[in-house]
Design a protein around this ligand. Structure first.
Ligand code: SF4
Length: 448
């Protein structure tokens, strides 16, 4: 009897770039690829098809994405890869120009075509011409259930909306990702339940502005109500709210966070700047007075609140005086964690056309000065933890028994971590620990 030989499966390599919102898209695409019986390989540059899910938000992200694409095309020329597919924000931003910029790409797809990735791979394999899947008509809210997680199973991102309705003058996101669309509450809760059933004990709630949740569904701004619903999921232990637009943080939300045992006393609120004129030019509705009061209110309502923020230095027209005002504010506010970015003039934004663009070397000096100031604050805060006890979620453990984990004040993949000595618990478990020292930005703890 003749033996039937199965055809060799097509291998797909996947490179996931960009922010947590993009990671969710990547996870969804990976699930679609696996469901279509392609073989996902850990060696993307030796795969039949390489898919790169890109970010195109600011210049460094664009550069990183273009380098990855060019590397993939080189592999195609060498013969280790057959087809190169580029997905995500960069095709959304550059459109067909991307095909002209890099010769050798076989397909590009925008965000609305994410769920069709398996079909697009099939079509690309049998096509000899580059194809663009870019129309935006389907740009509705996407269902993010059924994902192949890139994150460890014990924590996951929960995206509650897509797009952004704010018009910050420096930002390309609304042009790339469209207007704000809340995911219906039922869908968010179903997705959260699915992630928790699969082992997640920590959900990191993300959106471009999480405080805007529900606004477009005529639910008013309803993040507090959504978070309260999430709390009812039994096995879920930590709910972390990320990307809170300061102007959207209201008393109801502060009260909900303060009273909750599951919603972490952790707020990530990008302030971007503090000088009123710069904020106005950035088209942010905040003011120094309001942000200062908000920080005081948060600390009063929640004395153990951990505050993280993001700022931009070198915005057009930023004077030494305005930068120093930001620096003084950072000293006053004593954020627990802070990300600082140089301003990049992105084409298509209002700020890119503003006069008085700041030279790059000044931006760099300001960035370094601000980060050094923040470093002192962070190190002093870390020293205060020595001797205290913290509940840590173990993220990983090496074969010598040294673990890595986080207490509630450390968001995954962005903040510092706890280095756990003598860790006997596996990843995904909570442990009690005592802080015995610090290492740079990290805390060194010992399992109790
Ligand atoms: S809030 Fe502003 S900075 Fe954030 S995504 Fe929306 S437009 Fe961009």
């Amino acid at each position: 009897m003749a033996m039937k030989i199965s055809p060799k499966p097509v291998t797909v390599g996947f490179i996931a770039l960009g922010c947590p919102k993009n990671i969710v898209d990547s996870e969804r695409m990976l699930a679609k690829i696996a469901q279509a019986h392609f073989l996902i390989t850990a060696e993307p540059h030796n795969a039949d098809v390489i898919v790169i899910n890109t970010c195109g938000f600011i210049a460094p992200a664009k550069t990183e994405a273009l380098e990855e694409i060019k590397h993939a095309v080189e592999c195609k020329i060498r013969g280790t890869v057959k087809k190169v597919i580029v997905a995500g924000c960069l095709p959304e931003r550059l459109g067909n120009d991307l095909l002209n910029q890099v010769d050798g790409i076989d397909a590009i797809l925008g965000l609305a075509h994410r769920d069709a990735i398996a079909q697009i791979i099939k079509e690309t394999l049998s096509s000899s011409r580059p194809v663009a899947y870019l129309d935006r008509q389907q740009q509705t809210i996407l269902d993010d259930r059924t994902r192949l997680l890139i994150t460890p199973p014990h924590w996951a991102y929960l995206r509650i909306s897509e797009g952004c309705n704010h018009m910050c003058s420096f930002c390309t996101v609304p042009a790339i990702r469209g207007p704000f669309r809340s995911k219906p509450k039922k869908l968010v809760l179903a997705e959260a339940t699915e992630l928790v059933r699969a082992g997640a004990v920590e959900l990191n709630v993300i959106a471009q502005d999480t405080t805007y949740y529900g606004h477009d569904l005529k639910l008013k701004k309803d993040l507090a109500a959504l978070a309260s619903e999430l709390e009812k999921i039994d096995e879920l232990v930590w709910i972390r709210l990320m990307y809170l637009y300061p102007a959207g943080i209201n008393d109801k939300l502060i009260d909900t966070i303060a009273k909750s045992k599951k919603i972490l006393h952790y707020i990530d609120m990008p302030i971007q700047h503090i000088n009123d004129k710069i904020l106005k030019d950035m088209r942010r509705p905040d003011s120094k007075k309001r942000v200062s009061r908000l920080i005081e209110n948060l600390r009063q309502a929640c004395p153990d609140i951990i505050l993280r923020t993001t700022v931009i230095v070198g915005f057009p027209g930023e004077t030494d005086q305005q930068f120093n005002e930001l620096l003084e504010f950072i000293k006053w506010a004593e954020f627990d964690a802070l990300g600082c970015f140089k301003y990049y003039a992105e084409s298509g934004t209002k700020a890119a056309k503003m006069p008085s663009q700041v030279p790059d070397e000044i931006k760099q000096q300001r960035l370094e000065e601000l980060m050094l100031t923040q470093q002192k604050i962070a190190f002093a805060k870390n020293a205060e933890y020595i001797g205290s006890t913290l509940t840590c979620l173990v993220d990983s453990v090496d074969n010598k028994g040294t673990g890595q984990g986080r207490f509630y004040g450390q968001a995954p993949d962005i903040d510092s971590v706890c280095i756990i000595k003598n860790c006997s618990a596996p990843h995904g478990k909570f442990i009690d620990s005592k802080v015995i020292g610090t290492k740079d930005y990290d805390l060194v703890v010992e399992q109790i």
